[in-house]
Design a protein around this ligand. Structure first.
Ligand SMILES: [Zn+2]
Length: 903
């Protein structure tokens, strides 16, 4: 039995333990931007590009996979395709192993009671599936397992064998890792993980401890998320630290009733008299009753000192590509009809202004002046040095000129039908937009269908379609800096540019997206768009409707502060970094996410917790200056097991995806892919070392908090952004990389690993009550593998803005008749995009479940109901990413590979 060390788990700070493979090498001289994502490890050579990952794995159809099984039970252990390990040994050019000299030394140190040794019989228990609800164990084993897991928890060794347990996904939604500050009130006050999240729920007390864990440190933030409950306060004095300007928050220390100590810089500040007044109860008393102290998310209506100029009005300018390809796509009809319906719902007040420009080889301006009976079109053919033909009536007051605008929107869809102009002068149109908007600031919305090929910023096609499946991808970076430079000029004038790309050919998103990336804009992409395609058009219209009517913040800046000893160094998202910690966001929208990498510069061992605070200063569409403040507090920890067990796997994946996009652009796609794999290897190796496990065990252990990390990483390797071996259009790849950088975490996870549910027996599932007290069935989450399907079932896949309902041939007639309202299986047509509303339980439960999923989304997802033998089934099956697709490993093969690499 182990000897219990009362110094359990305490790793001395100045330990001399060698680090076999630095995840982040603190001695590197490269700037921080390059340090974090997987240090350029000299001990490991890059994989030979001539022998790409998996080059020799048999092609798709040579190894038949079970398509549909008759039940939902997991395959018994050992029934995986067996040749994989052999294939790897034979065919995979594995990177050199770790520094073998360093490793035993580390272990020797660990043996000298740095950690308590785990009970000896634990190895046997790794063989047993743990927490695997669907495969019951004999009673004696269960009992043993319970005792063991108790021990494991005690020793901080609560782990999961990835090789033995293919069922790694919990049946319920993966919860955000909880933060425990050791104080219930503070825990209750902490920021919602939907808004602010760190890759760990405890911060290591030193950089060297962080290095040992190999975990990336960073935060993800969704700062302008739509919130159902947001305390808004108006006061004369906003209480902030005099030294570092931190906003008072739930985690400050009250020295006495008159003074507070800043939790970021530790300065002691005076409390203003007014602060003791509680605006909610309208009484004086304890300052901790204040909303600023009770809630980590709060919004202030700012007094005049927070304004450099009077708050701007809402100004919206729409730019329409009317090149031949644009006309043929039919997008103008959809855009104009949605815009007509939603003009009255655009966020704004009596000052709101709207304007429209169309462009092909020329720019077409529309004067909407007072007294005109209809819009007056002015065409400017000279596009190299753009001027505005009549500066006054191009942006007009929405309320005053709504009739002229309506008239114009009715005419536009057919106005250019007879134009066969193949050119698109996007650059000139953007320059004109900048000129029009510069005096006020505002939002420019661009609809682009073809490659901008004339005038300023003209581009050449760069994509080589024959290279779409190759392991290296060229042209991920912009072809020129025209769009970025113009974006910075726009940003300086508080103008953001958003792109809706409705292309049928290559439009060079890598280059033109610069206009949105650096101006705080957003980018939507509808590849191969045709308005005549019902489903695609529906998705486009829903997305655009949400875009038009969602909240908007103008002339915004966001500043992120953190406790002394930490620093924030690499920012991800669409913005311009104006100074070290200040992001310039001419517009901010509720669907935008951001990420930041964090480093530990000083020892944190003297403090209990650290905080991050994000303050977003913006002008509301009603012309109010507001400040939304979010504060996240995290405790400090001092031991390696503590650090590893505090990992937040989803947040880690969100941050890694952003870092990998940077790596793909700065280095190469294969480098980014290798980095992903190394992260998994490093983290699992670090965990194994922390457990003091003998080498050569047959298990691949992960702590429970990281058991999904390899699954998500294998999903990322197959995702549009990072996949190789599958034909991927360059624009699609670049757009999906932009998504990795800008989507809020929950949406990002759903993109790479969609949710899958059985829905053929919803009436038998347990229900929860929603806000309206309606029952909502709760089917289990299924893993993305054909092994989880059943020929008698129906399965709903939720990819975020689209859902696919796959109906298998053996599904019960009752489900077909009652839930779907069809006579029989073959009556499900290939264009079934709606679920009828019927008066029976099957149908009600299915509606309740789909509505429940939609409640979490920015807009209602489109739905496609497909038969298992429909040509559309490919869209469903290509997302079963745990199975082998084309040249990519199955999840199990990936685990086998990790096993060979984890030392
Ligand atoms: Zn301070």
């Amino acid at each position: 039995m182990p000897t219990v060390n009362h110094n359990q788990g305490m790793l001395p700070q100045n330990t001399n333990l060698p680090q076999p493979r630095p995840f982040i090498d603190q001695n590197q001289t490269v700037p921080p931007q390059n340090q974090t994502f997987l240090s350029q490890n000299n001990q490991r050579q890059p994989v030979n590009n001539q022998q790409p990952y998996l080059s020799q794995v048999p092609p798709k159809f040579s190894q038949p996979q079970p398509k549909l099984l008759q039940n939902n039970n997991p395959i018994p252990q050992g029934s995986y395709p067996q040749p994989t390990q052999q294939q790897f040994n034979q065919n995979y050019t594995s990177p050199p192993s770790f520094n073998v000299a360093a490793q035993p030394q580390y272990k020797a140190n660990l043996h000298s009671n740095r950690y308590p040794q785990a009970p000896q019989q634990q190895n046997n228990l790794y063989q047993q599936p743990q927490q695997n609800l669907s495969s019951p164990q004999p009673f004696y084993q269960q009992q043993n397992s319970v005792t063991q897991s108790g021990f494991d928890r005690l020793w901080g060794h609560d782990h999961f064998d990835l090789l033995q347990n293919p069922n790694v996904l919990p049946q319920e939604k993966v919860p955000a890792s909880k933060i425990y500050l050791g104080n219930e009130m503070l825990d209750a006050a902490n920021c919602s993980p939907e808004v602010f999240r760190c890759t760990m729920t405890k911060i290591p007390e030193s950089n060297s401890l962080l290095q040992k864990s190999r975990l990336p440190l960073g935060i993800l933030i969704h700062p302008f998320k739509d919130l159902t409950h947001l305390p808004v306060i108006q006061c004369n004095v906003i209480v902030r630290c005099r030294a570092c300007r931190t906003y008072i928050n739930p985690f400050v220390f009250f020295v006495d009733t008159k003074r507070w100590k800043c939790n970021l810089c530790y300065r002691i500040n005076e409390l203003p008299e007014e602060f003791q007044f509680d605006p909610v109860s309208k009484t004086y008393g304890d300052p901790s009753r204040r909303p600023e102290i009770k809630s980590s998310t709060i919004e202030y209506i700012a007094p005049a000192e927070y304004m450099l100029r009077p708050p701007q009005p809402a100004v919206y300018l729409f730019l329409f590509d009317i090149s031949r390809l644009a006309i043929e796509s039919g997008y103008l009809q959809s855009v104009c009809s949605v815009l007509l319906e939603e003009l009255k719902n655009l966020p704004g007040d009596a000052r709101t202004q709207v304007g429209i420009i169309a462009y092909d080889s020329a720019l077409h301006f529309f004067a909407l002046g007072e007294g005109l009976s209809q819009p007056h079109e002015m065409t400017v053919i000279e596009i190299d040095d753009i001027f505005l033909p009549c500066p006054d009536n191009l942006l007009v007051n929405l309320k005053d000129r709504v009739e002229l605008l309506t008239d114009l929107l009715n005419q536009l869809p057919t106005r250019f039908n007879n134009s066969y102009d193949n050119n698109s002068a996007l650059g000139a149109a953007l320059q004109a937009a900048h000129k029009m908007m510069a005096p006020t600031g505002g939002r420019v919305t661009v609809f682009q269908a073809s490659l901008p090929n004339v005038g300023p910023g003209a581009l050449q096609p760069r994509e080589d379609p024959s290279q779409r499946a190759s392991s290296e991808v060229a042209h991920l970076n912009p072809a020129n800096d025209f769009y970025k430079r113009l974006a910075l000029e726009c940003s300086g004038q508080q103008v953001a540019v958003d792109l809706f790309i409705v292309n049928s050919q290559y439009v060079d998103i890598a280059t033109i997206s610069g206009i949105s990336r650096f101006s705080g804009g957003c980018i939507h992409h509808f590849p191969l768009f045709k308005a005549s395609r019902v489903l695609q058009n529906e998705r486009f219209e829903r997305c655009f409707r949400r875009y038009l009517t969602r909240k908007i913040g103008f002339e915004a800046v966001m500043r992120i502060r953190c406790t002394r000893g930490l620093s924030i160094h690499t920012f991800h998202g669409n913005f311009f970094v104006r100074s070290t910690d200040l992001l310039s966001l001419p517009n901010v929208n509720p669907d935008a996410g951001f990420g930041m990498q964090v480093s530990i510069d000083e020892s944190l061992s003297d403090i209990q917790s650290v905080c991050f605070q994000a303050a977003l200063l913006y002008t509301s569409s009603k012309g109010e200056r507001r400040i939304r403040v979010h504060t996240l507090c995290l405790p400090i920890c001092a031991t390696l097991p503590d650090v590893i067990n505090s990992a937040d796997q989803q947040c880690i994946v969100g941050l890694l995806a952003k870092m990998a996009v940077d790596r793909s652009m700065q280095s190469s796609l294969s480098d980014a892919r290798e980095a992903f794999i190394n992260v998994a290897i490093d983290i699992l190796s670090s965990y194994k070392l922390s457990l003091n496990m003998a080498s050569g065990t047959s298990s691949l252990l992960a702590p429970h908090c990281l058991k999904l990390l390899p699954l998500y990483i294998s999903a990322l390797l197959k995702y549009t952004s990072f996949r190789t071996g599958t034909s991927t259009r360059l624009d699609d790849r670049v757009k999906s990389m932009i998504d990795m950088k800008t989507k809020p975490l929950n949406h990002l996870i759903q993109l790479i690993y969609p949710d899958l549910y059985p829905v053929h027996n919803l009436e038998e599932q347990r229900v929860v009550l929603n806000a309206e007290e309606d029952p909502v069935p709760q089917p289990p989450h299924l893993q993305l593998t054909a092994r989880c399907l059943d020929s008698k079932g129906a399965f709903l896949m939720d990819t975020g803005d689209h859902m696919i309902l796959l109906v298998c041939p053996g599904v019960s007639p009752a489900f077909l008749n009652e839930a779907l309202g069809v006579r029989d299986y073959v009556s499900i047509s290939d264009d079934m995009y709606e679920l009828p509303i019927l008066d029976n339980l099957h149908n009600q439960r299915l509606h309740q479940f789909i509505n429940y999923l939609n409640d979490e989304k920015p807009f209602v997802a489109t739905l496609q109901i497909i038969r298992d033998n429909s040509p559309n089934r490919i869209e469903f099956f290509e997302k079963l990413i745990e199975d082998r697709v084309e040249n990519a490993l199955s999840y199990h093969e990936f685990m086998q590979h990790l096993k060979t690499q984890v030392k």
